[in-house]
Ligand binder design. Structure first.
Ligand SMILES: [Zn+2]
Length: 215
């Protein structure tokens, strides 16, 4: 009888260990903007007069693969309307083994898109205009995500990039890790979510850019 009970205890422990092992892969959560985060964002990635109030934004935290093959936890700030969908995209990218260099809100780069790109940082919300205009970018609504911007540059219609490290990636072949390419994991994951891709624009192409509106 005693041996039997020990066996049950071992079996229960084994079960618990397998369960925790299984859940150690992808983890994701959606939460609202805390007061600490609101303070950090105000005057950096967000200011009063921006088209979306902080209460309509959400923090999506999720596990992703790094380029070194190790798991990391990253954060995207997006509109609450798209948070569940964005989390589903990240879950799919994790399952497909797609690598993301880093995923940190742009406040870590003083709200500078240029500096965030230089760090090959994947990011979403930033209350900013489309470059060279006074029209708000889809990022200002939290409905666009730039993924691995060094591997996926904005390429002007003349075929140039503003980031030296991106020059080898102006050519979209051969496929290299982290790239957004038609039919590959990244583009397929956003296709499944119904989002548009800047790599399909005519003229200037924004390979890093995925958005709910397609703009
Ligand atoms: Zn973008």
């Amino acid at each position: 009888m005693k041996t039997f009970l020990v066996l049950i205890a071992v079996a229960a422990l084994w079960g618990a260990m397998s369960a925790s092992g299984a859940s150690a892969g992808f983890q994701g959560s959606i939460s609202s903007i805390s007061s600490t985060l609101a303070k950090r964002m105000t005057g950096v990635s967000w200011r009063s007069g921006c088209p979306v109030p902080l209460r309509d934004l959400r923090v999506v935290r999720a596990t992703h693969h790094g380029f070194d093959g190790r798991d990391r936890v990253g954060t995207l700030i997006v509109h609450r309307d798209v948070a569940t969908r964005v989390l589903a995209v990240l879950r799919r990218l994790y399952a497909d083994g797609f690598p993301i260099r880093r995923m940190t809100p742009v406040d870590a780069y003083g709200g500078s898109d240029f500096r965030s790109i230089e760090a090959d940082n994947t990011s979403a919300f930033n209350c900013r205009y489309v470059d060279g205009t006074t029209r708000y970018s889809e990022h200002a609504y939290g409905r666009a995500i730039d993924v691995n911007p060094i591997e996926n540059p904005y390429v002007g219609s003349s075929g140039t990039t503003s980031h030296a490290a991106s020059r080898p990636y102006v050519r979209r072949t051969p496929f290299r890790p982290g790239m957004a390419v038609e039919g590959h994991a990244l583009v397929r994951a956003f296709d499944a979510a119904g989002w548009g891709w800047g790599g399909r624009w005519s003229g200037a192409r924004d390979y890093q850019h995925f958005s709910a509106s397609g703009r």
